[in-house]
Ligand binder design. Structure first.
Ligand code: SF4
Length: 427
C-alpha cells in the first residue's frame, strides 16, 4: 500500500517581492504583523482568509491514505503572514483528512518583522515545533540590495521572539553569492548566525533566475556578482566554519546539529512520496508528480473545478478517491521511461545527501544493467575525487553494497557537473 506521511503546504503571500525571487507568490504589501487587531481588520486579511478557505477545501477533497502525517511543512511565500486562527484552521483540516502523528515534525518558514511574540506563541501552541527563519544576511546594505523587507535588527529580534516563545528547533536561512557580497561579509554572516546558536542552517547560493529584477541587472559570471572562484570559496568557508562549530553537513546546502536534520526535507531527498497543497505546490504520489496552477485565480478555479466534478459524481468531501484530477496536473514524462525517470530522481536527489546512495538498494530497485550505466558515467568523477564509494573498493568494479556519495566539500561544490553527466546519460 502506498504510504504517504508528509505534507507540504504553500502559503503564497509576501509583503513585497525580493529582487531575486521567482517563486509563485502574491504580494500583499507592508502591513502590521499577522495576529494583531489591525491585521485582522486590514485589507490583506480578506485575501489571505479566502486563500485559506480554498486551501482547506483542496485538502478536504484530496486523495488520502489515512495514515497520520509524520511531517508537515508550511513554506512560502511567508507563512508567518497567517494568523494563528488561520494556521489552526489548516492544521485541523489536515488532522481530519490524514491525522497528524503525536511526534510529527511541523515546520514553518517565518520571516523577520512579520510576527510578534503573541503570534509565535500561538503557532507553538497550535503544534508548530520547528521554525525556519529567513535572515539571509547580516549586512544592512545587502538586505536592502536584495529587496528584503526586514533589517538586521528585525532578524535579531525575531530570533529572540521564537526563543521566548519556547522554540528549541530553530533554523536560519543564509544566502551567498549576492551582488557586491564579499567573502569577508559572508564569513561575518556565518559567524553571526553561529553566535545565535541555531540548531540548523540552510546556506543557499544565489541563482539569478530569468524574469527577476536581478536578471535584468546582473549577468551570471559578471561583477558585481562574486566570481566563480569567490563563490566556490564562500561554499568552502561555510563548510569549514560550520563543521568546526559542531554542525553536520548533511545535505549540499544544509547543516544541522546532531539530531536536528529537517525530517520533512529528507523525504524529498530520499525520493519518498508526499502531498503538496496550495498554489503552485507539487505532490509526489505513486511515482508521479502533480503540479497545481502557479497563478492565484487559476488555482482557485482548479480547486472549484475538482469540487464541482466530485459533486457531479456524487462523491462526498473527504472520500478516499484515487482521482488524478484531485492531485493536480500530472507532469509529463516519457511513458516508456518511467523506470529511468525514477532512477534519475532517486540518484539526483540522493546524491545531495552526505550519506549518498545505498548501492544494494539501487541494484534491488533498478537492476544491475542500469547501475552499470551509472557506474560507467561516474568513472571520471570517481577518479578525480568528486565521487567516493564506501567502503573503499576497486574503482573498475561495481560494488554490490556500501554507498556512493559526493565528497565534501569538492564533490558537493561541483555537484552540477556530476549531476549533469548523470542526467545526460539517462534522460
Ligand atoms: S520572502 Fe521568500 S518567497 Fe517571499 S519574495 Fe522573498 S524570497 Fe520570495
Amino acid at each position: 500500500m502506498l504510504s504517504v506521511r508528509s505534507a507540504y503546504i504553500h502559503i503564497p503571500f509576501c509583503r513585497r517581492r525580493c529582487y531575486y525571487c521567482d517563486f509563485p507568490v502574491s504580494i500583499v504589501g507592508d502591513k502590521p504583523p499577522t495576529g494583531t487587531k489591525e491585521r485582522i481588520n486590514g485589507s490583506n486579511s480578506g485575501t489571505i482568509a479566502y486563500y485559506v478557505k480554498v486551501l482547506c477545501q483542496e485538502i478536504r477533497q484530496s486523495f488520502s491514505t489515512h495514515q497520520p502525517l509524520r511531517t508537515v511543512f508550511f513554506g512560502g511565500g511567508t507563512p508567518s503572514l497567517l494568523s494563528v486562527e488561520q494556521l489552526n484552521q489548516i492544521l485541523t483540516v489536515l488532522d481530519q483528512q490524514f491525522g497528524i502523528a503525536a511526534d510529527a515534525e511541523i515546520s514553518m518558514e517565518i520571516d523577520p518583522a512579520t510576527f510578534d511574540l503573541e503570534q509565535v506563541k500561538g503557532y507553538k501552541a497550535a503544534g508548530v515545533n520547528r521554525v525556519s527563519l529567513g535572515v539571509q544576511a547580516f549586512q544592512p546594505e545587502l538586505l536592502k540590495l536584495a529587496g528584503r523587507s526586514h533589517t538586521v535588527e528585525d532578524s535579531l529580534l525575531a530570533v529572540d521572539l521564537v526563543r521566548d516563545a519556547g522554540f528549541a528547533n530553530i533554523s536560519l536561512d543564509l544566502i551567498s553569492g549576492l551582488p557586491h557580497q564579499t567573502l569577508e561579509q559572508w564569513e561575518d554572516s556565518l559567524e553571526q548566525a553561529i553566535a545565535l546558536s541555531p540548531t540548523h542552517l540552510s546556506c543557499y547560493d544565489l541563482i539569478v533566475e530569468a524574469g527577476t529584477p536581478f536578471s535584468r541587472q546582473y549577468k551570471p559570471g559578471n561583477t558585481p556578482l562574486p566570481s566563480d572562484e569567490v563563490a566556490a570559496e564562500m561554499y568552502r568557508t561555510a563548510q569549514r566554519l560550520l563543521t568546526a562549530n559542531g554542525f553536520e553537513h548533511y545535505e549540499i546546502s544544509n547543516y544541522a546539529k546532531p539530531g536536528s536534520q529537517c525530517r520533512h526535507n529528507r523525504v524529498y531527498w530520499e525520493n519518498r512520496p508526499f502531498y503538496g497543497f496550495g498554489m503552485g505546490a507539487t505532490s509526489y504520489l505513486n511515482g508521479e508528480r502533480f503540479a497545481r496552477p502557479r497563478k492565484t485565480w487559476d488555482y482557485y478555479e482548479w480547486v472549484e473545478l475538482v469540487r464541482a466534478e466530485r459533486q457531479a459524481r456524487g462523491d462526498k468531501e473527504g472520500e478516499d478517491v484515487r482521482e488524478l484530477r484531485s492531485q493536480g496536473v500530472k507532469q509529463q514524462r516519457a511513458e516508456d521511461n518511467l523506470a529511468e525517470a525514477d532512477l534519475l530522481d532517486t540518484v539526483m536527489l540522493g546524491l545531495r545527501l552526505a550519506e549518498g546512495l545505498d548501492i544494494a538498494r539501487l541494484i534491488q530497485l533498478f537492476g544491475t544493467t542500469a547501475i552499470a550505466r551509472l557506474w560507467k558515467c561516474l568513472q571520471p568523477y570517481l577518479n578525480d575525487g568528486l565521487v567516493a564509494i564506501a567502503p573503499n573498493s576497486q574503482l573498475n568494479q561495481i560494488p554490490s553494497s556500501g554507498s556512493l556519495r559526493l565528497t565534501d566539500p569538492e564533490g558537493f561544490l561541483f555537484s552540477n557537473v556530476v549531476l549533469t553527466a548523470i542526467f545526460e546519460e539517462f534522460e
